[in-house]
Design a protein around this ligand. Sequence first.
Ligand SMILES: [Zn+2]
Length: 293
Amino acid sequence: MLFESGAFQNSDNRTFGKGFLPSATDTSGLDLQATDLHSVRMAIDKRQRSFELDGQTHTYSLERRRRRGVTIQLEPRLGLRVMAPSRMPLREIDKVLANESIWLRRKLTAWSQWEREHPPLKFVDGDLLPLLGELWTLMVREDELCKRPSVRRDKRLGGPGSIMLRLPAGLPAQRKRELAASSLDSWYRRLARQLIEARILHWQGVVGRKPKAVTIRDTRTRWGSCSSTGTLSFCWRILLARPEVLDYVVVHELCHLVQPNHSREFWNLLASIIPDYQEERTWLRDHGQELYI
Ligand SMILES: [Zn+2]
């Protein structure tokens, strides 16, 4: 939903301060060329650096790329990242950071508050896992009979339930954490595919178009995209948002199969299906950066 063919380059758009992380900021044009920043990372030079702000030291990873502008990103769990042109002198980068101190102060404050409220998972009973706008409780069971880890959702009526993670008994602590993390990660992705495909099935009749294929990714900068060949791509983390938000993203991309742009016709079509889509769009713009585990 966020992308323009080539022109979109979200990261350039948000150079210096236009929100970091997937945002629902739609810019005009096509939703093409889904690129996963992680898979196309062309870092020639990546290192940890730091800067001072209000007497505090903040570290960031510097990534050199073939690009023109400098982009600053702040991602939960991953921290602060600065992408700069290959040959830009370090003092120029420092100058950019100094110039952006107001933006950085605001974002760093919001980010550290988010991190305080969302401590990293410990993979123990009682950990809270976001899913469809609710917080579910993790239960971990170590079982002599369990050969391979498994994850199961136990939904009580009328509210969030628990997510049961079964692990083989007797694993070393580090191995247990790794296995828990990877099991939950793949469980979320499988569930994302299931639910997103179910919602596509629900809405495609209303929109009157079917996607050629559906891909689920872990994109940092967009929630969905529609390729010129009719493939819809979604970021699995949209599953952490309320179902209405997920529906908005699904319908948004389906509408691109009719209108491959963000023209007035596109928004009219979307509004004819979800009249109050603006509410979800705004929510995603303001809170999309919180959709992390
Ligand atoms: Zn779009």
